[in-house]
Design a protein around this ligand. Structure first.
Ligand code: MBD
Ligand code: FE
Length: 283
């Protein structure tokens, strides 16, 4: 008898490999000049040399590093490693001159082309989806205050156990993923469940680093979003929950004060509700 695969038997390697495929396709467009590649690669390698000299890194440590880097690849964890420890600074630099709503990292588990839903919608979920209901509503406007009719609010997030559909077995394909199309005033209302704090996969190479360094593997509970409208810059962001565990101690360092929600008990008596508005810069 074969054991039934469920989200809770997911391995880091299984979720890493599906992310790896997508990022291989995405990584072809940088077009950097020879001079720029020379500068960036030389400075990166030089920074490593400097660390080795300053800390008198031993051969045993060099061999451990080599084995670990090989293992990151074998485990399919390059997307995880890069998005947890590096992406937040790339996001900071990319969006430093934008005026609208703050961005945050995309992370490894975005899937494009999620089902399109009307302005008032419930994200696809199982009949018995566990967790606290969340009503998330707001308006999309431009930095000049114009409502952005038909803006797209793409949301994806983990379930109550911390698993993302398409990156763990046993979940419906588009569970807790959807593209909500705002109404002619840019308004949207999304019903979902409140995600729980989340441990990044830690049974692979990233987990080995985390335990060897005495770190923790947690991210605060978060909603992922991409908000877009014609003629405006797309925002990739995340939203967090005030008072939640790890909001002040995110392993991915992707929390910003403006991105922390303050939900209140829902008027319906079932779960929580919160309003958050998005402001998009012109393209
Ligand atoms: C996640 O869900 C995530 O958002 C990031 C940035 C890294 C790992 C898992
Ligand atoms: Fe996430």
């Amino acid at each position: 008898m074969t054991e039934q695969l469920t989200e809770q038997t997911a391995t880091a390697a299984a979720s890493g490999n599906s992310a790896t495929e997508r990022f291989l396709e995405k990584g072809v467009g940088a077009d950097s000049s020879t001079e720029r590649v020379d500068m960036l690669a030389s400075e990166l390698v030089g920074a490593v040399h400097d660390i080795i000299r300053r800390h008198k890194v031993t051969y045993a440590e060099y061999d451990a590093l080599k084995a670990w880097l090989i293992q990151v690849g074998l485990d399919g964890e390059w997307p995880l490693f890069l998005d947890v420890w590096i992406e937040h600074v790339v996001e900071e630099v990319a969006n430093e001159s934008r005026e609208g709503t703050a961005g945050s990292i995309e992370g490894p588990y975005y899937v494009p082309d999620s089902p399109k839903l009307p302005a008032e919608a419930t994200l696809p979920m199982r009949d018995d989806e566990p967790g606290t209901p969340l009503l998330f509503q707001g308006q999309v406007t431009s930095t000049t205050g114009q409502p952005l009719a038909g803006a797209h609010v793409e949301m994806w997030h983990a379930d109550d156990y911390g698993y993302y559909s398409q990156y763990a077995p046993g979940l419906p394909e588009w569970n807790l993923r959807g593209t909500v199309v705002a109404d002619d005033q840019g308004h949207f209302t999304i019903r979902t469940i409140q995600p729980a704090p989340y441990q990044i996969p830690h049974d692979g190479a990233c987990g080995k680093l985390i335990s060897a360094a005495g770190w923790h593997a947690w991210r605060p509970a978060h909603l992922h979003l991409k908000v877009s409208a014609a003629g405006h810059q797309l925002i990739t962001s995340q939203l967090y929950f005030a008072g939640g565990d790890y909001v002040d101690n995110d392993i991915a360092q992707a929390v910003k004060p403006d991105l922390v929600l303050h939900p209140t008990p829902a008027g319906s008596g079932n779960g929580n509700e919160v309003t958050y508005n998005f402001v998009l810069d012109p393209a």
